[in-house]
Design a protein. Structure first.
Length: 287
């Protein structure tokens, strides 16, 4: 069944280029496509799927959900591979989530093949059973506003206080690297660029995060994660800080299936334009 797909885009060039690729690919599957400039004060467009780039207004998303319109959020991919000709910005892959910011809720039920993950050439290391510190990965103020949670610094302080009830390990705070208002926390280590995430993960016992993409890299490195919000590794992780000394270690089969599933929620701009991405996205919307 054909869908009416509308892309709301800002004035950023990369959004216009992505919108063009996304809509061209959707049209190849017989869908009716349109686009307009992004604005928070408008009534929802008459469509079946509203597309956005990145974390936009919480109120705008809620408008579409109240109107029973699906949303498709497109953002930087979980894998930050080197770009090829024709890509937008420094990222090769762009992730998709239907009716959510992350595809977390869909990752538990799917049984997708591992071809897309294997094509990435990534190595998933065995779970780490030794480590010294806890890595607390933060997010931006825009992210916290979208989820309706407190200021990122206040939220990080709250998590630190809760973690102190369950562990004496040192805690290293790594706020989102691009968040300029980030500050260090009392009695915590502080990880900021130029230190790489891989260096911060070195000798980490566990990562704690609400929903940072860093949880994907932690899982690949074999570092268990505790997800306090909507992080994509939630289906194979603990969600209670009381588990901090004994975090969940998913089986190899569970973790392998999660990686296979997640690889189908990120696509290149060429795959959007060709319609390959929409072959999968359309199936998920109609499911």
């Amino acid at each position: 069944m054909a869908l009416r797909i509308h892309f709301l885009k800002s004035d950023k060039p990369r959004e216009w280029l992505l919108a063009d690729a996304v809509l061209r690919g959707a049209e190849k599957h017989g869908n009716v496509v349109s686009s307009s400039s992004l604005g928070e004060d408008h009534d929802p467009e008459t469509c079946d799927v509203a597309c956005f780039f990145g974390v936009k207004s919480r109120e705008l998303f809620q408008k579409y959900h109240r109107a029973d319109v699906h949303t498709l959020m497109i953002d930087k991919g979980y894998v930050r591979g080197k770009p090829t000709a024709g890509v937008v910005g420094p990222w090769k892959f762009w992730r998709v989530a239907i009716d959510a910011h992350h595809p977390t809720s869909r990752l538990s039920s799917l049984r997708l093949p591992d071809d897309r993950f294997r094509a990435l050439g990534l190595e998933d290391h065995p779970w780490r059973t030794k480590g010294r510190h806890i890595l607390l990965a933060g997010s931006s103020a825009k992210y916290h506003t979208f989820y309706g949670t407190m200021d990122p610094t206040m939220y990080a302080k709250k998590l630190v206080a809760q973690m102190r009830e369950h562990t004496e390990r040192s805690i290293v705070y790594r706020p989102k690297p691009s968040w300029r208002e980030a500050v260090s926390l009392t009695k915590c280590g502080y990880s900021r660029p130029p230190e790489l995430l891989a260096e911060a993960l070195d000798r980490a016992w566990v990562m704690v995060t609400h929903g940072s993409n860093a949880c994907f890299e932690a899982v690949l490195a074999g570092v268990p994660t505790i997800i306090t919000g909507d992080g994509v590794s939630l289906p194979i992780s603990s969600s209670d800080l009381a588990d901090i000394e004994n975090p969940r270690l998913a089986s190899d089969a569970e973790r392998g299936q999660w990686l296979a599933n997640l690889a189908y929620f990120q696509w290149t701009i060429g795959e959007f334009a060709s319609g390959a991405a929409w072959e999968f996205i359309g199936e998920q919307i109609h499911a």
